[in-house]
Design a protein around this ligand. Structure first.
Ligand SMILES: Cc1cc2nc3c(=O)[nH]c(=O)nc-3n(C[C@H](O)[C@H](O)[C@H](O)COP(=O)(O)OP(=O)(O)OC[C@H]3O[C@@H](n4cnc5c(N)ncnc54)[C@H](O)[C@@H]3O)c2cc1C
Length: 498
């Protein structure tokens, strides 16, 4: 007699439930640290209740799906830290249930949005990892110029949906960065000199607090929490399940000019950027890069210093005017390669940054905000890059207009230049060499810094790394708000502090 598919799958399902029940018993005994105790039995009951109530799923370490779920992340060089449990929430009710379970079990919670944090802030030792991977809904109201965005919608996906409406949002320069963690960090996004930080476009945020309350915070409702949610980043003490944001009109003539200078001309390139960054109009952004030129380019394999201008304009004439001070500067004549007034679009900008910061790599990163001239801060850096173990590593400096300012949010640290140092490679046997070289680059940069950007800072470096990402008053206010809204420390603190 042949078995029906339904009979077989039902039997498999029952077998699976039996295996899961056994896993839960073993896990509860290990968690409660007393096999057979009343505590272990209560933990097991709580686990079963959570598993039954969830619309999403719960993964225990012995589950074959646990390790792949833990490993979802940007950096292939994943830390050894292992959560005790992973909950893949399907909706906000699942978030509420998971927080109640963690409070009841006195376990801490790490929230994972898109997993793009290079230092894997959401992967913690012990506790519950609350994975919001399924929170990727998106709805746009073109007539109101607003959108509701789930935290794991990626910048490139958001733009793809907005462009047909003639709208855009200042998403991250790297196309794969998800909106949630980016906005919680503050968000240095497209055309920042004109539009400011991305979090200044947030109108309200749907939150679940440590005590289980569900709120939509804004300048009118719980303004303190709204202030904190725009900048606290990986130290935020609530779960953001949806962002209400204001949109911007799409610039129709995005145009770029790019000049690669040889290593011997590095100082010329830095001075060029120093001279122009204050005088370029705010709809143009200027950036400096240090990198090894890619195969197929005139300086292939050699270190070059790139000076890049991007105009976010509506007509090509406007773009030409915006980039004229860069294109017309006599110093660009000494560049090895030049691209002048090349028409592109936001996808093109994303493509260029995405190529410099590809997935599937081992990453170390850090950054400084600096008010000193690049000619001072980057002195000797191109020579250091000539010693880089990996040609994929690169340094990027978005230059900020002197009138750029951050106001009214926890995203409170800035300077004239944000210098990102990225070491990236693929061969694990070169980990130590790459780490030593990256540390050398940071040792050159650190003395010139006034602070760091929390989104890409190395929070594992010391207890002070997180504090260095905030203006002193903002840091004190964040610590006080954490103590008020999460008095029992349900949420993990910044890496390096927890
Ligand atoms: C290659 C690269 C390029 C980048 N480019 C930019 C850029 O151009 N501009 C910029 O500003 N940043 C940039 N970033 C930094 C980026 O903003 C952060 O990595 C950000 O954390 C990514 O969001 P995520 O949701 O993937 O965070 P995750 O890695 O999922 O989470 C990191 C931490 O953020 C908190 N968190 C995340 N989501 C939530 C949530 N919904 N509720 C509560 N807490 C949450 C948690 O504490 C979590 O531990 C870049 C990073 C990389 C690696």
């Amino acid at each position: 007699m042949t078995e029906s598919f339904e009979t077989r799958t039902r039997r498999e399902f029952l077998r699976y439930c039996g295996a899961t029940a056994l896993l839960m018993t073993r896990f509860a005994e290990a968690w409660a640290e007393e096999p057979g105790s009343a505590g272990a039995a209560a933990t097991e009951r709580a686990l079963r209740a959570l598993a039954e109530d969830l619309e999403g799923d719960l993964l225990l370490p012995a589950d074959p799906l646990f390790e792949p779920a833990r490993q979802i992340g940007w950096n292939v060089m994943l830390p050894e830290r292992r959560p005790d449990l992973i909950v893949r929430a399907a909706n906000q009710a699942d978030v509420v249930r998971t927080l109640a379970f963690a409070r009841d079990q006195q376990r801490r919670v790490a929230v994972r949005g898109g997993g793009h944090s290079w230092c894997a802030s959401a992967v913690r030792a012990g506790g519950v990892m609350l994975d919001l991977g399924r929170f990727n809904s998106l709805s746009i109201d073109p007539s109101a110029g607003t959108a509701l965005v789930g935290p794991t919608v990626r910048g490139t996906e958001f733009l793809r949906a907005l462009v047909p409406h003639g709208l855009m949002f200042p998403v991250a320069y790297c196309p794969t960065v998800p909106l949630g963690g980016f906005l919680l960090n503050g968000g240095n996004g497209l055309n920042y000199n004109r539009w400011g930080s991305a979090c200044s476009h947030v109108l309200a945020i749907d939150l679940v607090l440590a005590d289980g309350r569900e709120l939509t915070v804004s300048n009118e409702v719980e303004p303190d929490l709204f202030w904190a949610a725009r900048g606290a980043g990986p130290g935020f003490f609530a779960v953001a399940t949806r962002f209400h944001v204001a949109l911007r009109p799409l610039p129709r003539a995005v145009t770029l000019s790019s000049f690669d200078f040889p290593l011997e001309q590095a100082a010329t390139a830095y001075r060029l950027a120093d001279d122009l960054s204050a005088s370029l109009a705010r709809d143009a952004m200027l950036a400096v890069g240090v990198k090894t030129a890619s195969p197929g380019t005139p300086a292939a394999g050699q270190v070059v210093v790139n000076v890049l201008g991007i105009a976010f304009a509506d007509t090509s004439d406007q773009a030409t005017t915006l980039l004229a001070p860069l294109n017309g500067d006599p110093r660009v004549q000494s560049a090895l390669t030049s691209l002048v007034n090349a028409p592109t679009d936001l996808n093109g900008v994303h493509g260029a940054v995405g190529a410099a910061l590809p997935g599937g790599h081992r990453y170390l990163a850090d950054n400084i905000w600096s008010n000193q001239p690049l000619a001072t801060v980057l002195e000797g850096m191109a020579e250091h890059y000539a010693q880089a173990p990996s040609p994929a590593s690169n340094l990027m400096v978005p230059c900020f207009h002197p009138e750029f300012a951050l106001e009214g949010t926890a995203h409170s640290m800035w300077g004239r230049n944000l210098i990102y140092q990225y070491a990236l490679w693929t061969d694990p046997t070169t980990d130590e060499r790459n780490r030593a070289w990256h540390d050398g680059a940071m040792a050159m940069l650190d003395p010139h810094g006034v602070g760091r950007y929390v989104g890409e800072a190395d929070l594992t470096r010391s207890r002070d790394s997180a504090r260095e990402c905030y203006a002193p008053a903002a840091w004190e206010r964040l610590r006080a708000l954490r103590a008020t809204y999460d008095p029992d420390g349900l949420f993990f603190d910044y890496l390096g502090m927890a």
